[in-house]
Design a protein around this ligand. Structure first.
Ligand SMILES: Nc1ncnc2c1ncn2[C@@H]1O[C@H](COP(=O)(O)OP(=O)(O)OP(=O)(O)O)[C@@H](O)[C@H]1O
Length: 406
């Protein structure tokens, strides 16, 4: 078996090297596992190049590869995209990942292993690599989302530029979350903690984003679904029918974020709290995106867009985000008649929590910030008159794609 050990020495609080030297490499040695390579990444994109170069050097002798990866979600995103963009003549073998959470947010790891206050901090970080090393493990296949950023169609004979493609394994978003990720990168040097996401959130909390949106059902489900807290389950979306399954939505949007493989984006931020129940194994359907959106128009006191209306509504967006930190409580929030937010009664839901196979976001040309798309922290920009489409995909078979040791 091929084992590559890769860690990003600058992610999170920059402790990955010490974690690997002191704990991860000794744990592998204890289990008589000798890695084929141990490499610290030297730049953005390096992790994927290490794996791609290794596979290229292995020629036709392609056996499954295990990668012990010490990083956050961004480095994994780069690894997946580098491999996806590397031209090959044959399908790549399945990459099995033992994750060591060394990044800032570690969404995938904390969803795989929801943290508990009684966890020993070091032993908690070694759970996936210990499962791999001991041989007593599950293999959790990763679903992926294909994000395509398309320029407008060119009038013949002109050829439109090629679309930009980015694969995400954790999150694809627009609106507030994409703005937060866009702005928080500039804060990384001064704040290496998750605090920089909160700072960036407050900088952007009064913005609204204008776009037309289409939601597509996932394969096998037939209809777009929406979470109904009254019954505690996803039910058919009222605008999705067998004849017309695609749901059209108009903005403005305050929040628009979809996840896959995760129910949280930080250890305590459970933004799509039912996501694990929607996994393929449990539902029998193809990969799903869990999409959380907030539209100010649902507020019974909404009349028109204005600076005051945005400022007043920002308190409701804060209430949604705060409730997401309280075990995903935002999905049960409702408006009272006076527009205040409550967990009582049967007023309109504040959050629309959708389960779908894909979405299309067509931003209003005059709304510059509505052109950002975040794919696992990577910020893509939709060109003028272009649009973004995000589609969930399951691995083709169990010989290819990515899987996690758990
Ligand atoms: N040697 C290096 N020097 C500079 N940047 C690097 C190096 N190695 C990797 N990187 C970059 O570090 C960035 C941050 O890594 P990563 O996203 O894994 O951690 P994080 O942002 O701290 O955590 P998370 O994504 O979980 O919030 C990635 O964009 C990656 O390209």
């Amino acid at each position: 078996m091929t084992v590559l050990v890769i860690y990003n020495p600058v992610c999170g609080d920059r402790s990955a090297k010490a974690l690997f030297d002191d704990y991860v490499l000794p744990l592998l040695a204890e289990h008589k596992i000798t890695p084929d390579k141990v490499i610290a990444t030297e730049s953005s994109g390096h992790a994927g190049k290490i794996v791609a170069d290794f596979l290229a050097s292995a020629g036709d002798q392609q056996e499954p590869v295990s990668v012990v990866l010490g990083s956050g979600d961004g480095t994994l995103h780069e690894l997946i995209n580098e491999l996806n963009n590397t031209p090959t003549t044959k399908p790549l073998p399945r990459i099995h990942l033992a994750l060591v959470p060394a990044g800032t947010a570690n969404a995938l790891y904390s969803s795989l292993y929801p943290p508990s206050p009684s966890d020993d901090p070091i032993q908690y970080k070694l759970k996936s690599v210990r499962a791999f090393a001991s041989g007593a493990h599950r293999s959790v296949p990763l679903n992926l989302a294909v994000n395509v950023i398309s320029p407008p169609r060119a009038a013949p004979p002109a050829k439109a530029p090629a679309p930009q493609v980015s694969i995400s394994a954790v999150v694809a978003s627009t609106a507030l979350h994409a703005s937060i990720l866009h702005d928080s990168e500039a804060l990384r040097a001064e704040d290496p903690t998750m605090g920089r996401f909160k700072t960036a959130a407050m900088q952007n909390i009064t913005r609204w984003y204008y776009a037309s949106v289409k939601l597509f059902p996932r394969t096998g489900a037939g209809l777009v679904e929406v979470y109904d807290p009254t019954v505690g389950a996803f039910v058919p979306h009222e605008e999705s029918s067998e004849d017309e399954p695609i749901v059209d939505l108009v903005g403005p949007f305050a929040y628009f974020l979809s996840t896959l493989n995760v129910d949280r984006l930080e250890p305590a931020f459970r933004i799509t709290p039912k996501a694990k129940e929607g996994s393929e194994a449990e539902s029998g359907h193809a990969a799903a995106l869990d999409l959380v959106l907030v539209r100010p128009m649902s507020d019974p006191t909404y009349t028109m867009d204005s600076e005051e209306a945005r400022k007043a509504f920002s308190e409701k967006t804060v209430a949604v985000l705060t409730a997401a930190y309280q075990d995903g409580g935002h999905i049960a929030l409702r408006y009272a008649e006076d527009g205040s937010i409550t967990t009582e009664g049967d007023g309109p839901l504040v959050v629309e929590y959708v389960r779908c196979g894909g979405w299309e976001w067509d931003p209003d040309d005059t709304d510059e910030r509505a052109h950002f798309v975040c794919a696992d922290g990577d910020i893509l920009t939709i060109p003028a008159s272009g649009k973004a489409r995000c589609t969930a995909a399951t691995p083709m078979n169990d010989k290819t794609g990515f899987a996690l040791y758990a």
